[in-house]
Design a binder for this molecule. Structure first.
Ligand code: GLU
Length: 291
């Protein structure tokens, strides 16, 4: 029997807060109960926002909390070549295209379209979908722009990818923290439009790095916050076109702030370091998050 494998995958672009503590401790609890493995992954592809200081803070907070993870820790920024080779495959298979529009271009394009009375479609996070303009650019024009040094990201051609898969997609979601039963959830990658799979300066994006790493690390159980529930549809599509094994998922409740809103990384008193400095113990944190 293969060991069940869980992971906690924070991004060092801010300090950990109670929401991270809940996610980390829940992964640990479930891994222990299953006699399985717990891996830690540092998701630092955004080299402008992630810093060594935040990373050091994450290790400090997790050690203090009593999390025990296996070594070595996978740091995504050490593995850009892994993502590049997967990206190259998607380029060869014509499932991605170069997207040249800047944020400003996108805004102007959408404003113009909305002026003519059309509501522009938005993704589940409320962000406008990427216009189809670049997808239909003739190859000669793409090549010309690239040769001229125009900056671009690689976007997934979701329609082409879904046609390639040729069947409805779903994922297996645990009903609750006992992990005793699952239900099938319909994956709707199309709701996100043509998502970025490689940003302008780096050969990957959050979605691509997550599916590649979950597969490379043999993750069987992805336990993470409810805020990533519908993004799982995009990740299922990527897994399918890349022929990667699919983990099962549990999207857990979010820890909310006193104002009833999701905790952010500019935290105030829900940051773990601030709680520790104010004299809280790891057990206090467990109680605060209901574990
Ligand atoms: N790195 C992501 C975050 O900190 C989590 C990604 C995941 O669990 O799939 O929000």
């Amino acid at each position: 029997m293969t060991l069940l494998t869980f992971r906690f995958a924070p991004s060092p672009n801010g300090e950990l807060h109670l929401g991270h503590a809940y996610s980390a401790l829940l992964n640990q609890k479930l891994a222990r109960a299953a006699g399985g493995r717990l891996l830690l992954r540092v998701e630092d592809i955004d080299t402008t926002r992630c810093t060594p200081e935040f990373e050091a803070g994450i290790f400090r907070d997790l050690e203090w909390l009593g999390l025990d993870w296996e070594e070595p820790v996978r740091r995504q920024s050490d593995h850009f070549t892994d993502y590049q080779s997967v990206l190259d495959r998607l380029i060869r298979e014509e499932l991605v295209y170069p997207a040249f529009m800047s944020r400003g271009d996108i805004r102007a394009f959408i404003a113009d379209s909305e002026k003519r009375g059309r509501d522009w479609p938005r993704d589940p996070d409320g962000v406008p979908l990427y216009p189809a303009t670049d997808k239909t650019l003739p190859m000669t024009e793409r090549k010309r722009r690239i040769a001229e040094g125009a900056p671009f990201a690689w976007r997934l051609d979701v329609e082409a990818a879904m046609a390639r898969v040729g069947k409805d997609l779903s994922w297996s979601e645990f009903s609750d923290e006992t992990l005793s039963s699952t239900r099938a959830v319909e994956a709707r990658p199309q709701d996100w439009g043509d998502v970025i799979v490689a940003r302008r300066e780096i050969p990957t994006s959050y979605h691509l790095a997550v599916v590649v790493d979950d597969a490379l690390q043999g993750i069987s159980h992805v336990v993470r916050g409810q805020d990533l529930f519908s993004a799982t549809g995009v990740q299922r599509l990527l897994q399918e076109i890349l022929g990667l094994k699919q983990p099962r998922y549990l999207h857990h409740r979010l820890i909310l702030g006193p104002d009833g809103r999701k905790l952010s990384k500019s935290l105030g008193d829900t940051g773990l370091a601030a709680l520790r400095q104010a004299g809280a113990s790891p057990d206090d944190v467990r109680r605060l998050v209901g574990l």
